[in-house]
Design a binder for this molecule. Structure first.
Ligand code: HEC
Length: 427
């Protein structure tokens, strides 16, 4: 009896140390990556930034330069990282300096995923413009765009030898592309439903789809190695443990499942979010932990086989998910159409847009520390009832062409009035 008590007491602090929070983003966390040495992590967020974290100390450097939500971030060799997002651009970052090194442009749709070749010379990108991009790093040549998918490309991965790029698409197919010739090698499979994510291992690939389909295929014989499909959909994220021995699968219902790559048996399964998506998923360097992200502004590190009562994501309702019947029309307009990008307080919560605290009577583009587009800082407008009304009557793209604000009009004048009244009372 006594021995048992001791064991529990000893286990508790170790378990607590396995759980960590990465706090600071001002929007949902869409992707995550851990460096080879396990000491750093990247998080890509809806708040337009990439977080570069020192794990253990949980210090963060914000990589800023994207003009819209960031959907993907990966480490590159040589102290660099790359990220892609809704602004159709890929940023290459110098991590030491915490600054942009290169901006890669050419996609005509959002950049949903990135992968780096095993030799570190090439970047592959998946874009909603339907193409797979191949980018020589360090300015060593022009990018190439490989077409063939009939809808958005959702994920990319290199084969272990670097000769092929695998891609998944909303068109329901997985294709392999020959890197040397930048052309389609073959159609690997048609799943029927959109495929969201792929992992390529040694002799196999695993994929997850919109309908919940989760399968592992032998990449030499094209035969099914394992069908891991459960009653959960969609599958959104997958990660490979650094030693190759396990994969993790995150879904739209808040679960994370871990599966052995030896025999494709399920090792574990835990709830990572009270509800909603697990968009971001990556193993920690020692393979003992899983870094995950979703609708919360905070990213979480859990033990990979989580048996703790550790906190999970999405237990607090986000403002824009609150019951709309309990709000005034003005608040409803704000929650639905603005709150994901703007806070109303000075506390500097990171969001994609500047805080709207004190916006009435303020000159456009003047919140200290916020990285505006040049268009907005160069603008001679003061924000008041009239100018805010015009902004959403005409839409930012017409009222302030070149601004980073998304295209959006609020057609009903009453809705605009209610929104402005709500903003006035709450800023
Ligand atoms: C998807 C993100 C997003 C949404 C949604 C959004 N905004 Fe913005 N907003 C921005 C960004 C980014 C900027 C900065 C634009 C720039 O620098 O060009 C901005 C700028 C502004 C500004 C100018 C602020 C200043 O300091 O000059 C106002 C006013 C504003 N937004 C109001 C709103 C309102 C009201 C809504 C809801 C109806 C809204 N925005 C919805 C991202 C968003």
């Amino acid at each position: 009896m006594r021995a048992l008590v001791c064991l529990t007491l000893m286990a508790a602090p170790a378990a607590a140390a396995d759980f960590r929070l990465l706090v600071g983003h001002g929007g949902p966390v869409m992707d995550a990556a851990v460096s080879h040495d396990g000491r750093h992590a990247l998080t890509a967020s809806f708040d337009n930034s990439v977080g570069y974290w020192t794990l253990g100390g949980e210090e963060v450097t914000w990589l800023e330069g994207h003009e819209a939500a960031v959907k993907t971030a990966i480490f590159l060799p040589g102290g660099r990282a790359a990220s892609g997002g809704d602004d159709f651009a890929i940023e290459v970052w110098d991590l030491q300096a915490g600054q942009r090194r290169e901006r890669l442009e050419g996609h005509k749709g959002q950049v949903a995923s990135l992968a780096v070749s095993p030799d570190g010379a090439l970047l592959a990108s998946a874009s909603w413009d339907g193409s797979v991009g191949l980018w020589p790093l360090d300015g060593q040549g022009a990018p190439q765009f490989m077409t063939g998918h009939e809808a958005s490309v959702t994920d990319v991965a290199f084969s272990p030898d670097g000769t092929l790029v695998y891609s998944t698409s909303a068109d329901g197919t997985i294709r392999a592309w020959d890197v040397a010739t930048a052309s389609e090698k073959r159609l690997l499979l048609s799943h029927g439903f959109g495929v969201n994510t792929i992992l390529v291992g040694d002799g196999w690939f695993a994929y997850g789809a919109v309908d919940g389909g989760t399968r592992v295929i032998d990449s030499t014989t094209d035969t099914l190695l394992a069908d891991l499909t459960l009653e959960r959909r969609p599958i959104l994220s997958m990660a490979l443990r650094p030693d190759g021995g396990e994969i993790a699968v995150g879904d739209g219902e808040g679960y994370v499942m871990t599966v052995s790559t030896e025999d494709w048996r399920i090792n574990g399964d835990f709830r990572a979010a009270a509800k909603g998506p697990v968009w971001a998923l990556a193993y920690t360097g020692d393979g003992e932990g899983l870094l995950g992200g979703g609708i919360d502004d905070t990213a979480y590190v859990w033990p990979a086989h989580n048996t703790l009562d550790a906190p999970i994501m999405a237990t607090v309702e986000r403002g824009f998910l609150k019951d709309p019947d309990k709000m005034s029309n003005g608040e409803r307009q704000f929650r639905r159409k603005c709150s994901i990008c703007h806070s109303l307080t000075e506390d500097g919560a990171r969001r994609a847009g500047p805080t709207l605290a004190g916006v009435f009577g303020r000159k456009a583009g003047t919140v200290p520390g916020y990285l505006y587009s040049e268009t907005l800082t160069g603008l001679d407008i003061e924000w008041n009832d009239e100018t805010i009304d015009l902004l959403f009557d005409l839409g930012p793209d017409h009222y302030i062409p070149g601004s980073k604000m998304p295209m959006q009009v609020i057609q009903n004048p009453d809705d605009r009035d209610d929104l402005i009244a709500y903003l006035k009372n709450n800023t």
